[in-house]
Design a protein. Sequence first.
Length: 129
Amino acid sequence: MKPFALGYLRSDLAGPSQHWHEIRIRSLAKRYGYDLAKTIVFSDRTKDPIHQLISSVRNARAEAIFTPHVGHLGADIPSDLVSVCDIITVDDESTYARAYFRVPRDSAVLRGPNPILCHPDQAGLVGRS
């Protein structure tokens, strides 16, 4: 059985390219060996989107979130989110893996443009079936 994943994007950032982003999310999830349960779309008006996303990850028992780029998650990678699932960006195929982030409980976010990244084959994502 393939691990479950969710897609995530913000409609205000995707704009008229939203459908194309959804196709690319679906395609990369399949290539990485995930069963994409659904794609969640929020807007800039969504209240507390990261905590809603975390609830969705837990409810779906998702192992990963696929998003067009980290900007859809905010200015920084939310530590609460990366503590429950891997985050994979479609544009540059970066993986923010739970195994590589040991986030202190008092840390709100992971700072910097690319705090710790691993290539998909280092995260065990390449060749999964």
